[in-house]
Design a protein around this ligand. Sequence first.
Ligand code: AMP
Ligand code: MG
Length: 476
Amino acid sequence: MSPSALVLGDRFARELPEMALGWQAEPAPEPQLLVLNEPLAADLGLDVDWLRSPAGRQLLVGAEVPAGARPVAQAYAGHQFGGFVPRLGDGRALLLGELTTRDGALRDLHLKGSGRTPFARGGDGLAAVGPMLREHVISEAMAALGIPTTRSLAVVATGRGVRRETVLPGAVLARVASSHLRVGSFQYAAASGDRDLLRRLADHAIARHHPHAADAEQPYLALLDEVIAAQASLVAQWVLVGFVHGVMNTDNTTISGETIDYGPCAFLDAYDSTAVFSSIDHGGRYAYGNQPVVAEWNLARLAETLLPLIDDDEDTAVALAVASLEAFRPQYAAAWSAGMSRKLGGVDASTAADLLPLLQADRVDLTTFFRRLSGAARGAVEPVRGLFLDLAGIDAWLQRWQALGPDAELMDRANPAYIPRNHLVEEALTAATGGDLAPLHRLLAAVSRPYEERPGLERYAAPDPDARSYVTYCGT
Ligand code: AMP
Ligand code: MG
C-alpha cells in the first residue's frame, strides 16, 4: 500500500467548518512504533506492513498525511467537574480525517499528543508514552469485553521528551472512533448562538450514529432518545465490570455511546461503590457508584442544547426533553439487570440486592468473586467462601442463589477472568517507559481474550498481592 492509496475524508470539516480548525501535527524527531493493533488495522483495510514502514510511522504521528486529507483540531465546550468551559477543543489532538472500513462504516482517525493547537491554553500539546499506552491497553480490554469504546490503532514514541514531574519519553496515540462528537460539541454549538450550526451538527450526528432518527416525527428529540439509550447501556456495562471512567466531564461523553478518553480510569479491585481513583476528584463526583447519576446529568446538558431544535415554544421543548430524560433511569436499570442476571447465571438480578452489601462490607475483589462464582455453581463453593469474613452472610446468600439453578456456562461467558488490573497496568507502563515492552505485550495478550482462562496467566487473574490504595493522576 502506498500512502496515496489511503483516502481520508473531511466530512466533519466540510459540514461543520465553524468547529474545525485546520492544523498540522508537530514533527516527531524519531518516530518509533511501540504497539500496532494489527486486527484493527485489517478491519480498517490498512496495510500492516506499510504502517510499520517509515512512511506509515509518519502518518501515525501526523507528519505526513495523504493527498486530500485536511487535519483539523475540533472545537468543543464542556462541563469539567460541574463548571462550564465554553471553549475547550482539541488542545493536543487532531482529527486526521475519516476512513471507510471494509464494511462501509465511517471511522475517525485521530491523533492524541500531536502538538499544541490554538485550543491548547496552558498545555504543551504533548503526551507521554505511559498514558498513551495506558489508553491503548484499557481501550483494547474494553473492546474485548464487548463494551463500546474508541479503539487504539497504534502508539508511536516520538523521540521527544515531555516535561511532567520529570522528563518523560513522548508518544502519539492514533485513535479510531465512530466519531469524536461529544455532549461538549453540542454545548459549543449551542453557546455560539448560531442555530444553523446547531442544526447542522445535529443532522451530522443523526447521519453518522442514529440514522433512523431522521425518519422520526421529531428527529432531534429522537436523536436525544438514542443518545440517552446508548449512554444508559454503556454506563450499565461499565458498572457491571467494575470500570471507573474517572473524568466523566461532558466533553468526555460521546454522542455515539462509545467510551472515550482514558485518563485517570481504573477497574475496581475491592468492590466499593464510593471508589475514586483520580487524584483530582476530591469530592468523589466521578466515584464508581455515582457514574449513572453523572451520565444522567450530562445527558440533561445535551437536552438543554437541543431545546431550540425540539420546539419553538420553550415550555413545550422542555416538557418533551424532560420526558425523554425520564427514560434514562428505567433503561439503565434494565441494562444493569440484564447484565447482572447473566453474571449470576441467568437468575433474576434482584438476587444481587443482598449480595452487593456483602461484597462491600468485606471489600471482596469484584472480578475474582464473579469468576469463582461459576465454580460454586458447579459445586466448588470454598474458593468463593474464602473471599469473605462474613461466612454466615455469604453461606445464606449462596444457598438462596443455588436454589435458583444458575447456569455456570453462561457465567463463564459473562464474567471475565482477565481485566487490566491496576498493578499490572502500572507494571507494564513502567517497564515500557524504560524501554521494555514485554510486560505490555503479555498483559495485552491476557486482556484481549478476557473470558478464556489460560494456563500460565494465573497472575493476570489475581488481585494485587500487595494491594494498596491506587491513585491515577490527571497529568496525562
Ligand atoms: P482530557 O482531560 O484529556 O479530556 O482533556 C481536557 C481538555 O484539556 C481538552 O481540551 C484537551 O485537549 C486539553 N488538554 C489536556 N492535556 C493537554 C496538553 N498536554 N496540552 C494541551 N491541551 C491539553
Ligand atoms: Mg477529553
